[in-house]
Design a protein around this ligand. Structure first.
Ligand SMILES: Nc1ncnc2c1ncn2[C@@H]1O[C@H](COP(=O)(O)OP(=O)(O)O)[C@@H](O)[C@H]1O
Ligand SMILES: [Mg+2]
Length: 335
């Protein structure tokens, strides 16, 4: 067995937005490796950097620092026009509002044909492939419906077909189930699963729903612009046993693992820190079984000392620096 080449590599990715005088750090050294054909979930609180990551992977934005490869393309080395071409041909986007992907006065199949027309395709093969895609997302019967005649979930599935029109190798979905009920969300997840299985499209689905682990093969959690944890599906398969996919989904278990990044940094879950009242400094102990994190003794006092130092510095500043230096010199003379 040979190790598979990764499809996506993010290496120490940094994204800083400058708004007027302020700098907002959206990604602060994110490392992520994704294999070809993975079906992944990306979760994280609002503002944790999920959309920033998607925009960089999709060629809508460039990182401030770090490196990123997708499908053999070094995205930092692409010129603006190459990046436009990459975005049009190699990436399919699905947004939270299905309507953002769709033209309201066209019917479903016309919407799916449109990106092919924009990419310069002509002839009957467009309609044939559009029909095929609408079939894959389960809307073959409704291909001539106008968007207003389709439900929110159906519109979102049209949007997925539209995203696939130019046969991208990667599908980026930013909170595609954010505005639909849970039953509709399920049909959308099933659509992604079918596409991933049948067409091998590498698929990244951003969600604020931790339950997404049920519907994908791997979930990564982003916290403060860094990869914090990964949830892996554990499939216990008995030898020679043939079990249906449905049965597997019911019996699979999930384990959340904390990620140690390339620099050795670790984000300890907040709940653990609160439980043991760990803040500021910690003591790491090596034990037989691993590394133990304890609150440092007197860590509260250590914090007090820090405050004291700050106050002293401020007081010195208030008195004027020259006075302080003179007094310091006197002191050292006296020694
Ligand atoms: N275009 C932008 N200009 C300025 N700040 C931005 C911009 N986009 C995102 N941010 C900020 O970057 C951080 C991460 O945002 P985002 O990537 O949208 O997170 P998420 O998708 O996880 O909610 C947030 O603090 C957000 O306010
Ligand atoms: Mg977002």
């Amino acid at each position: 067995m040979t190790a598979q080449e990764p499809f996506i590599i993010c290496d120490n990715l940094v994204k800083i937005y400058k708004v007027a005088e302020l700098e907002v750090v959206a990604l602060q050294g994110l490392d992520l490796v994704i294999a070809p054909g993975e079906l992944m979930g990306i979760v994280g609180a609002s503002g944790s950097g999920k959309s920033s990551l998607m925009n960089i992977l999709g060629g809508l934005d460039r990182p401030s620092a770090g490196r990123v490869w997708v499908g053999g393309n070094d995205l930092l080395k692409l010129s603006d026009s190459e990046l436009n071409h990459y975005r049009q041909i190699s990436v399919g986007f699905v947004w939270q509002q299905g309507a953002r992907n769709l033209i309201p006065y066209l019917n479903a199949i016309e919407n799916v044909e449109l990106p092919m027309t924009l990419a310069g395709k002509t002839g009957g093969s467009k309609r044939k492939y559009a029909e095929e895609l609408l079939g894959v997302v389960g809307l073959g019967e409704r291909r001539f419906h106008r968007l207003s005649e389709l439900s929110g979930g159906e519109q979102q599935r049209v949007a997925i077909a539209v995203a696939l029109a130019n046969r991208p190798k990667m599908l980026l979905a930013d909170e595609p189930t954010g505005e639909v009920d849970s039953a509709t969300a399920l049909t959308i997840y099933k659509t992604f699963q079918a596409l991933n299985r049948d067409m091998g499209v590498t698929t990244l689905i951003v969600s604020h729903d931790p339950g997404i682990a049920q519907h994908v093969n791997r979930v990564v959690a982003i916290r403060d612009g860094r990869l914090a944890a990964e949830t892996l599906r554990q499939r216990v398969r008995k030898e020679g046993e043939a079990v249906s996919e449905e049965h597997h989904l019911a019996t699979d278990t999930f384990e959340e693992l904390t990620v140690l990044d390339a620099a050795g940094r670790l984000q300890v879950p907040k709940a653990y820190l609160e439980k043991f009242n760990i803040k500021g400094r910690v003591r790491l102990e090596m034990t037989e079984e691993g590394i133990l994190i304890r609150p440092a003794p007197n860590s509260d006092r250590a914090e007090d000392a820090e405050i004291l130092v700050t106050e002293l510095v401020q007081a010195k500043k208030a008195r004027g620096l020259r006075g302080i230096f003179q007094r310091d010199r006197k002191k050292s003379n006296g020694n």
